[in-house]
Every structure is written in C-alpha cells, then in structure tokens.
Design a binder for this molecule. Structure first.
Ligand SMILES: [Zn+2]
Length: 452
C-alpha cells in the first residue's frame, strides 16, 4: 500500500491515506478473496475520487487560513477522505476483478462497492458518520416520486447516486441483516465473488448465485427491490383480542358482565342517576328479576358445564387451564414491497420481546394479511420494525397503539452547511464584558433598518 501526496495534503494524508488502503484490503478480502495485485496506490489529485486497477485518485485536503496560515479540516473532509479511499481502492474488487459491465449495470459495481464500503467504515470506528448502507438512509428516496428501478440500463438511470449506489447498498444490507442473516449472506456473497472473479457477471449471475449459495428463494426480493420502485410501508391496521372460552359459567358470565359494564353509560341514564323511580317508592313491586341480572349463574348452567368438562380430552383441558391470549393482527402493505415482519411485543408485566415472521407470510395475499399472535399475558403494545431495518417509509402507522410524532417548532433562522469544527474550536472566545462596558456610555441604539 502506497500513498502519493504533496505537503498540502498533510496532516490528513500522512495520517490516514495508507492506513485506509490497508484497512480496505483487509476488510474487502474477508468478504470476497485475497487481493491479487502487487500494489494498491492512493494519489491526492484534483478529482474527488476515481478508480483504476491498482491506483486511485482522491481529492480531500485540509484548508489553510489565508490570514493566519493555520491548517484545519472539517469532520466532513476527514471522513470524506477515508471514505473515498475505501471506495476507490474497493473498486479493485468490484469491477476490476469481478468484472461486471458498469456501462450497462452501474449498480453491479457502485452498489455492491458502496455496500462493502459501509461495512469497512463500520469496521474503521464506531459511529463512523455514514450516509449510505443502512436501511434508514434510503427512506426519503424510496418515498420520492421521480424514480426508475435499479434494473434500468446505466444510460437511462435517474438520480444515479441514489439509484445505483445507495439503494442497492441498503438492499444488500437488508438482505444481510434481516432476510438471510449474516452467516448465510456472507457465505453466499463470498461464493459470488469467488465464482465470478476475473469473469464478467451479469445481474442474473449475481441473483442466482445469492439464491443457490444461500439455498433461499429470493425472487420476491429481487423483483421488489431491483425491478420496481415499490417502497416498504407496512401498517398495523387493527388488533382483535380473543380469549379461549372456558365454558365455565362462573368465569364466562362474569366476563360478559364486565364487557357490559365497560360500555359507557348513556347520557340519559347519567342525567337520571339518583332520581327515585316508581319501584323505589313502592318496594312491594320488586321480585326475583330485580335481584338478579342476566349474568346470574344458575344451577342448570353449572350442571351443563360439569357434563361438558367430562367429555373433554386431556389436551383440551390443558389449553383451557393455560389461559393464553390470542390476538388477530391486521397488517396492510401500502408501499407494494413485501418484507419480513419484525414484531416487538410488550406484555402487561413490562416484558418485551421480538418475534420475526418471514416475508413469505405475504405469499397468498400481498396487500393485506391477518397474523395470529399468542401470548402468555395480555399484550399492551406492538411495534412493527422497531429498529428501522426494513426501510419502511412511514413509521407513523407501525405502532399499536399509535405513537404521536415528535417534532420541534424552530424560531431561529437555520444556518446552512456543516462547518469546520476544528477551526471553530480554536476560534478565541468573545468576552461578554468588553462590549457591555463599551456600550455603557452610549445612548440606546437607534432602531436597526431592515436588511435589504
Ligand atoms: Zn464508485
């Protein structure tokens, strides 16, 4: 690994360029094959970033203050430099060695490379500032109107950065974290890299290798994510709770009474409450039916229950005794793209757990489904995709009960752009006293004329 740069590139280049090349080769080799070339070179030049076999040109440099000569660089410049070196050196693997045709299918090198770049950045340091790779970064694009599918010829793509870099990278990340799991994905991906190195794969070769090496039917995923502009927007529409009827009249009649009592009292009844009725004034008019409501358990009820219970099989008795809670949850697919369900279930005791349901749950009915959940205690809340791992474009319909959206009303004018924090940090602190003292002798300031 070698770096060529002028002294104006320092201190960034001496500290990071060669280290970033070494890191790239270590990380990319883990997911594909050993780097087969004798050298890897990063050159500081006038272009932002451009790849060639064994050599790449990368732009970012620190800035020099014209007055003081002080050299500083922004966070964006630092991580931009490391990121672009990872990306351009990474292109040695895709498409220099796994030699897909970038003039036909930009995503096969840029998308796959952006995906591996994001893995390498995560391996560089925790909380590496990234804008591509994670599912949550792609939701704005997925919700936007002016799109063409990833599987569009490179000459005709719109929004190249999102279409050919960010969306395939996010898709591969979803495939790895949510659909296949890391072990299965990494094995299938490595198989693709090794099977197609020094050859010229087409999209179908990638799709087929990922499927046969993982032993998983992924047609639905390629179709939705690569061949359409459908987004993910799964909504929890409603929940119906079912209890298993025990047939025990003591329990069932009490349950029915509780249901009835939970109904709101009519407005007329509320206003009449406390008023003396005719039978209150003439108690001799009351009889049996004034003592018992519809929920009184009779001996006939008890006898019937005893006879029925005798006839039950053992497993039926057990199910009755367990007291499980059954919920039928209605989901609808507003975005078009199906995805696994990742359900965060919270119970009355506060216990929380995740239940994962494969995307095949949508196979007979891709627009609306009802899923049965069985819990040990009453369920108090349900959240679909709690970790934002499926690029769901509308989180507001993902929770039951619904959650209020948090936002802020901004009263201050916003500043544009991320600055150079290193420079801002070294800026001398303005003393509050100085201007105050100076202002003491002055008249109150005249009203400032509006800016033009
Ligand atoms: Zn690239």
């Amino acid at each position: 690994a070698m770096s060529y740069y002028p002294k104006e590139g320092n201190p960034l280049w001496e500290q990071y360029s060669t280290a970033a090349i070494i890191h790239t080769i270590n990380e990319y080799s883990k997911y594909s094959f050993d780097y087969p070339y004798p050298v890897a070179i990063s050159v500081n030049g006038p272009v932002g970033g451009m790849e060639y076999p064994m050599i790449s040109f990368n732009g970012p440099r620190p800035t020099k203050d014209k007055k003081t000569g002080e050299i500083t660089y922004s966070k964006r410049t630092k991580y931009g430099l490391i990121g672009v070196i990872i990306h351009e050196v990474g292109h040695n693997y895709f498409p220099m060695i796994v030699n897909s045709d970038e003039r036909q299918w930009t995503w096969m090198d840029e998308g796959i490379n952006t995906f591996l770049e994001s893995l390498a950045e995560r391996a560089w340091e925790a909380d590496y500032p990234m804008g591509r790779g994670d599912a949550r970064f792609i939701t704005n694009y997925m919700a936007s109107r002016n799109q063409v599918p990833i599987m569009t010829n490179a000459e005709s793509t719109l929004q190249r950065g999102n279409n050919a870099y960010a969306k395939p990278a996010a898709g591969l990340n979803i495939l790895r974290e949510t659909i296949l799991g890391r072990d299965l994905f990494d094995h299938a991906f490595k198989t693709y890299a090794q099977r197609w190195k020094f050859k010229r794969p087409t999209p179908a070769d990638f799709f087929r290798t990922m499927e046969d090496a993982s032993g998983t039917d992924l047609d639905w995923f390629w179709r939705g994510w690569f061949y359409t502009t459908d987004a993910v927007d799964i909504s929890i529409d409603g929940i119906t709770e079912y209890g298993v009827s025990s047939k025990d009249p003591e329990k069932e009649k009490a349950w029915k009474k509780a249901q009835h009592d939970a109904e709101p009292i009519s407005i007329t009844e509320q206003r009449d409450q406390g008023s003396k009725r005719y039978v209150d004034r003439k108690p001799e008019l009351k009889d049996f039916y004034n003592e018992h409501d519809d929920y009184t358990v009779t001996n006939k009820d008890r006898n019937t229950y005893a006879e029925q219970t005798e006839k039950l099989e053992d497993w039926e008795k057990k199910l009755l005794a367990e007291g499980k809670h059954l919920y039928l949850v209605d989901f609808s697919n507003h975005g078009g793209m199906v995805m696994p369900l990742i359900l965060e279930i919270q119970l009355a005791s506060g216990k929380k757990y995740i239940e994962r349901v494969p995307a095949e749950v949508w196979r007979y009915s891709p627009k609306k489904i009802t899923k049965l959940l069985v819990t040990d205690e009453p369920m108090t809340s349900l959240v679909q995709d709690p970790y934002w791992e499926t690029a769901d474009i509308d989180q507001s319909n993902n929770a039951w009960p619904r959650k209020a959206t948090q936002s802020r009303l901004e009263l201050f004018k916003s500043e544009r752009g991320g600055g150079d924090m290193m420079k801002d940090f070294r800026t001398p602190l303005k003393s509050k006293d100085a201007p105050k003292d100076a202002a003491k002798d002055k008249q109150p300031p005249a009203p400032v004329p509006a800016a033009k």
